[in-house]
Design a protein around this ligand. Structure first.
Ligand code: NAD
Length: 419
């Protein structure tokens, strides 16, 4: 038992054990790599619009400070607890190390359904959360970003709250801000674009022709909607999409640009069409070339893994596949190519890093430059994962995580016990 006990942290721990065995990491070095450096739990009271007071629980977990400041998103969702946040922080560490960023992993969140708050309440909660975090974060200690349930506006409130306490504008305290408040061009699209870019690389590798290929995308928020749009622009037929309000299916392909417009105006897919409605429970097993889970963690268990009918599984979400499902997918390697989450969705943190660098330098890049550099980093990471998985005949997830864990371990060994 640890403070982080729970199904999501257990999953991160099980995944780590697989890597530790593969890398022959001695038993006494394992907890030092896995267990977070620190965790903060805060209470965030706000005045509700009806005059009552409500208190929400918030968390921030910083996994390690060995390679630089920690970096990670902030999630507003009813599922958020300390264990989930800690697992997400651990995955961020392996991800940042895999793509070569000078960061450790962090994650934060508030246990709240943001759709139940008015805009004023959401602003009050966002500002209060950042205010409680001020002693523990900073541009050179821990840099926040958006995740599920948070967006550019919330990042702007975070940045403003932190800045007002410093008496000066500190744009580099968070990434994923609006461009008008020190954000970078290309951050909003970065994760989804990265997912689609890596799908193209995977398709080349296993000789799937993208023109006319089919895709299914679960989750139609920041990651899912942009990934769907990019795939659509590559000539892929996106035949099904879903969000928390339901699923839509059309065998000849959905009108993705129209769906993106609908979702950005209405906040969800609800109300788009009754005729195209589909059972969300069937989404992930629809036969298709490309499957993109881009919503929640642990949606693919062992049974579902056996039933998947895709050629490429592109994990846009963090942790969508359980370790039990991994055992099944490992057996299906010849028929199904996995782009593991820490690689697949890393475009987000790569461009967050570019935003931080630009903010620190007060020198801003054109969008073309941001995209060119993002794809360069992703290409290099993809090639390294592929080469490792071929060389050691291991599963793509094992290869990706091993590269990340090795880098963190190497830095810890040379620095000593402190960071
Ligand atoms: P978001 O809040 O913008 O969107 C989440 C989407 O998931 C929404 O469309 C929501 O309706 C949908 N959803 C929720 N419950 C669902 C359910 N039961 N079935 C189907 N859909 C459901 O969040 P996001 O930023 O797009 O993040 C999605 C995933 O990607 C998360 O796992 C997140 O950690 C990961 N991720 C995000 C980024 C980023 O830059 N935003 C970067 C890396 C990883």
């Amino acid at each position: 038992m640890t403070a982080y006990s729970g199904p999501v942290f257990e999953m991160a721990a099980k995944q780590f054990e697989v890597i530790a065995e593969y890398l022959s990491i001695p038993e006494d070095a394992r907890a030092r790599l896995l267990m977070p450096k620190r965790a903060v739990t805060v209470s965030c009271p706000i005045h509700r619009d009806d005059g009552t007071t409500a208190v929400f629980e918030g968390y921030r977990v910083q996994h390690h400070l060995t390679l630089g400041p920690t970096k990670g998103g902030t999630r507003f969702a009813p599922s958020v607890d300390l264990g989930e946040v800690a697992a997400l922080a651990v995955w961020m560490s392996w991800k940042c190390a895999l793509v070569g960023l000078p960061y450790g992993g962090a994650k934060g969140g508030i246990t709240v359904d943001p759709s139940t708050l008015s805009r004023r309440e959401l602003e009050a909660l966002s500002r209060r959360y950042m205010q409680e975090m001020i002693p523990f974060v900073g541009p050179h200690t821990d840099v926040m970003a958006p995740d599920m349930g948070t967006n550019e506006q919330i990042m702007a409130w975070f940045m403003d709250t932190y800045s007002m306490y410093q008496g000066q504008t500190v744009t580099e305290i968070v990434t994923g801000k609006p461009v008008s408040a020190g954000g970078t061009l290309g951050r909003r699209e970065a994760t989804g674009r990265g997912v689609a870019h890596l799908v193209r690389k995977a398709a080349d590798e296993i000789k799937v022709h993208l023109g006319g290929a089919t895709a299914v995308v679960q989750g139609f928020g920041n990651v899912g909607s942009i990934a769907a749009l990019e795939l659509h622009n590559m000539g892929v037929k996106v035949i099904a999409v879903s969000d928390h309000t339901g699923a839509l299916y059309r065998s000849s392909g959905l009108d993705i640009p129209q769906l993106v417009r609908h979702a950005s105006l209405r906040g969800s897919l609800a109300g788009y069409s009754n005729e195209l409605g589909f059972d969300p429970a069937e989404m992930l097993t629809i036969p298709c070339d490309i499957l993109v889970p881009a919503a929640l963690e642990r949606v693919i268990d062992a049974k579902l893994a056996a039933d998947l009918r895709c050629r490429i599984l592109a994990e846009g979400a963090n942790g969508p596949t359980t370790p039990e499902a991994d055992l099944v997918l490992e057996q299906r390697q010849g028929e199904l190519f996995l782009i593991p989450d820490i690689l697949c969705n890393s475009g987000g943190v790569v461009v967050s890093y570019f935003e931080w660098v630009q903010d620190l330098q007060r020198l801003f890049w054109e969008e073309d430059e941001v995209m060119r550099r993002e794809y360069q980093v992703l290409d290099r990471a993809f090639e390294r994962v592929l080469a490792r998985s071929k060389q050691d005949k291991v599963f793509n997830r094992t290869a990706a995580m091993a590269i990340g864990v090795e880098r963190v371990r190497g830095a810890k060994e040379t620095r000593g016990l402190f960071p």
